[in-house]
Design a protein around this ligand. Structure first.
Ligand SMILES: [Zn+2]
Ligand SMILES: [Zn+2]
Length: 75
């Protein structure tokens, strides 16, 4: 018995399709959570902000929305 099984287990944690990637907006390493952000190369946070910003531009919100970069610009 060697450590081969243990090594294999460690490697199999990184399944294809769940690898990390760099967010195209904030530049942080992130992981696709299945929310749809992976196809845009965004982290879930930036994806969320982008979604809120889109809503802001397209329809506006009923009120100021926390997490919308247009309502609450951050820098
Ligand atoms: Zn990001
Ligand atoms: Zn807004």
């Amino acid at each position: 018995m060697t450590n081969t099984n243990t090594d294999f287990k460690a490697i199999s944690k990184f399944k294809p399709g769940t690898t990390t990637y760099k967010c195209g907006d904030c530049g942080k390493m992130t992981r696709d959570t299945g929310m749809g952000e992976g196809s845009l190369d965004l982290c879930v946070r930036c994806y969320d902000e982008a979604t809120n910003e889109n809503e802001h531009n397209d329809y506006g919100h009923d009120d100021l929305m926390v997490g919308c970069p247009r309502c609450y610009p951050t820098d």
